[in-house]
Design a binder for this molecule. Structure first.
Ligand code: DGL
Length: 261
């Protein structure tokens, strides 16, 4: 099984891209709906939650882990890798960085993410490191609760998205990283608002492709990941999760509730 987790529904954007590329693989997903959002919590707490989620998925039999959350990818990878040195662990930041690096025309990169992600400075550091890009990073804290609420198409959401995008447009970024896995659920809206001049980088697609490419090179692990059925766990059974998840994934799922600590 491939284990994936997020603070809630956002990681399903990665799940959908993984299913597209690896339809025969068994997935185990954990959405921490009881404690979402992660983005306004301290780095210590986010790292602790990430470690608990990783433990849960590995105990359930995940052989490969995908941290389908930018916030945990920014502040919790070290703890997870240290606790599980023999498990291959993928994050969503590195694939997004590679995608930006492979854009010939990218010069000024916008990073829209949660507070914890932007404050971690990870994108600024990794993208600025080579001195190749100018980076403009802003937070968009209201988008996570709007997505969790299923307000994907409401006029209020459109107005909020527009105001969060305004500073990126004013700064004239040429590339925009959706640095929170919840945001691809609003990708249509975001693309319509930014126009064709700005290239959108979706870490969900980039991460799924990275995992698929890696598995081609590791056939012995790849074979193991096809055993068993897929499972979806949440820490709270919220009314919207099932509806949004099934719509997003285009199939029925059974949600199981679990308490982590
Ligand atoms: N979807 C997550 C991320 O990519 C977490 C968002 C949140 O819970 O604030 O950062």
């Amino acid at each position: 099984m491939i284990g994936l987790f997020d603070s809630g529904i956002g990681g399903l954007t990665v799940v959908r891209e993984v299913i597209k590329r690896l339809p025969q693989h068994a997935l185990i997903y954990f959405g921490d709906t009881a404690r979402t959002p992660y983005g306004n919590k301290s780095a210590e707490v986010v790292a602790e939650y990430g470690l608990q989620a990783a433990k849960f998925l590995i105990d359930k039999g995940a052989k490969v882990l995908v941290v389908a959350c930018n916030t945990v990818s920014a502040v919790g990878m070290e703890a997870i890798k240290k606790a599980y040195p023999s498990v291959p662990v993928f994050d969503v930041v590195a694939p997004a960085i590679s995608a930006v690096n492979s854009q010939n025309k990218a010069q000024h990169v916008g990073v829209m993410g949660t507070r914890a992600l932007v404050n971690s400075g990870i994108y600024q550091k990794l993208l600025n490191g080579g001195g190749k890009f100018k980076v403009t990073a802003h937070t968009a804290p209201l988008l996570v609760p709007l997505v969790e609420e299923g307000w994907l198409d409401k006029p209020e959401t459109k107005r909020i998205v527009k105001s969060y995008l305004a500073p990126f447009k004013r700064a004239q970024v040429d590339t925009l990283v959706l640095a929170c896995t919840h945001y691809p659920l609003l990708k249509k809206l975001i693309t319509a608002k930014v126009g064709k001049r700005i290239k959108i980088i979706d870490p969900a697609c980039e991460t799924a492709q990275t995992v698929a490419n890696w598995l081609v090179k590791h056939p012995e692990i790849d074979k193991e990941l096809k055993r068993g059925d897929s499972h979806f766990y949440v820490s709270d059974l919220t009314p919207n999760f099932q509806t949004i998840a099934e719509k997003w994934l285009g199939r029925k799922i059974t949600l199981e509730k679990v308490h982590l600590n």
